[in-house]
Design a protein around this ligand. Structure first.
Ligand SMILES: Cc1cc2nc3c(=O)[nH]c(=O)nc-3n(C[C@H](O)[C@H](O)[C@H](O)COP(=O)(O)OP(=O)(O)OC[C@H]3O[C@@H](n4cnc5c(N)ncnc54)[C@H](O)[C@@H]3O)c2cc1C
Length: 410
């Protein structure tokens, strides 16, 4: 019998994991999504693949994961395009990171040193060079960095293509209304299915592995498995202007906002960060801030209003790093969530990591992303080795869950 993988959450992370798990044809894969596939943070994203701009400080494990994921993108994107027949909008434009104050030049230089050593191919830019690369940018830049390796995709298109590619590989993609009704876990190799899950609309699933890819809603599942709930939503507001193609040539980063030109005369400007619970409305304050920065950075935008504005909920964790790993004590469960500002970038590396976990391979890099890392020693002690067979209800999700732990042999 084929191994069965059940994935909760149909954003880019859940879909990428599904594609990878289904790739060899050795597994039956299903994804359960309670809204629309790609309809949450994934559909809101600017689609930047920018490990160097996003990691100005140090080449730590998170940077390595980001860089590895960027390196995987060309092959991954073309596989999705082949399977789906759709263009995911991968553009290898490079990026210009610009500073307007001399005091900001020193951190820029130290960033450049370690990033060059890490293979960024980056170069320091003078004001004149910035003006040559981005003629529409306002005068007065103190300097900048050009990073040729950075790229971007069209995130909503990528999500739609990924969904189609999953279908092509025979992945079952199901919507569910309302959420989950029950979840039971049993040990691998014992009687019955290791994972049994029922949704509120009455669908039942049996699987060998459960992958939690539920984005900003993952705190519910951390609690369910006795972990502190660390994943939380950070709202991102973003907008786009209608400008002729080609006016902005690279991704442009400043300390306050970024701009990235998409096909179809769209110049996307993002993104605010605020805490608004699970509300994903835009506000006049959030978009107004982007408008002010757009007018300062690109004088051509001063008399324009954004054509579109929207928002999404980034799945943040306490340390800004994702949770990727099998859960201690629950060998049936893999977390792949909490990708915060970089889930589009991190999708291929996360999917590869999840496949390695399904194949029981050890990846030393994943130690930095263990889902249990926020558990304090006292909280750890509160979860006994022989854990209770029934995990408390998930009231926030309306989930009446009874999860039987695998390790105690029941
Ligand atoms: C404005 C903005 C700009 C961004 N720009 C970038 C960028 O340029 N580059 C980049 O790399 N990243 C960017 N990000 C971050 C990126 O969008 C996220 O990190 C990424 O989309 C997270 O993907 P996900 O699949 O984990 O979450 P989501 O896309 O939110 O998907 C999670 C899914 O799980 C579903 N779900 C939740 N609970 C359940 C349940 N109980 N049962 C079934 N389904 C459930 C939800 O309905 C949702 O569809 C941006 C985010 C925002 C908001």
């Amino acid at each position: 019998m084929k191994e069965r993988v059940l994935i909760l959450g149909g954003g880019i992370i859940g879909l990428a994991c599904a594609l990878e798990a289904a790739r060899t044809g050795e597994r039956e894969v299903a994804v359960v999504e309670r809204g629309s596939f790609g309809g949450q943070a994934t559909g809101a994203a600017a689609g930047m693949l920018a490990p160097y701009s996003e990691n100005p400080e140090q080449p730590d494990a998170f940077f390595q994961l980001c860089q590895d994921s960027l390196n995987r993108y060309p092959e991954w994107a073309s596989r999705i395009e082949e399977l789906s027949g759709a263009d995911v909008g991968l553009r290898r434009t490079g990026s210009v990171g610009v500073v307007f104050h001399e005091a900001d030049l020193l951190p820029l230089q130290s960033r450049l040193r370690w990033q060059q050593a890490a293979g960024s191919g980056g170069e320091l830019l003078s004001a004149a060079e910035i003006a040559r690369l981005e003629p529409k940018l306002a005068a007065g830049a103190a300097g900048g960095i050009f990073t040729p390796a950075e790229a971007h995709v069209d995130a909503p298109r990528l999500a739609a293509a990924l969904e189609q590619a999953c279908r092509q590989l025979g992945v079952r993609l199901d919507g569910c209304t309302g959420g989950l009704a029950s979840l039971e876990l049993r040990p691998h190799g014992g009687g019955g299915s290791p994972v049994r899950l029922t949704t509120e609309n009455g669908e039942s699933y049996e699987a060998d592995h459960l992958v939690i890819g539920t984005g900003a809603w993952t705190g519910e599942f951390e609690q369910l498995f006795g972990l502190p709930a660390t994943v939380h939503p950070i709202r991102g507001q973003i907008c786009s202007y209608e400008v002729p193609d080609g006016l902005v040539r690279h991704m442009v980063f400043s300390s306050q906002a970024y701009w990235v030109a998409k096909s179809g005369m769209r110049l996307v400007c993002g993104a605010s960060e605020d805490v608004a619970g699970f509300c994903s409305d835009v506000t006049a304050k959030g978009i107004g801030r982007l408008e002010r920065w757009s007018a300062r950075a690109f004088p051509m935008l001063a008399d324009m209003k954004p054509k579109l504005s929207w928002a999404g909920l980034r799945p943040a964790t306490r340390d800004g790093r994702p949770l990727i790993g099998r859960l201690d004590g629950y060998p049936q469960v893999i977390f792949a969530a909490g990708h915060y500002r970089n889930g589009i970038l991190l999708a291929p590396a996360t999917a590869a990591a999840v496949l390695a976990l399904l194949e029981e391979k050890q990846l030393p890099l994943l130690r930095a992303f263990r889902p249990e890392r926020f558990r304090s020693s006292s909280a750890g002690a509160a979860v006994p080795a022989a854990a209770p067979a029934v995990v408390p209800e998930l009231s926030a999700a309306g989930l009446a869950a009874a999860a039987q732990r695998g390790r105690d042999g029941r």
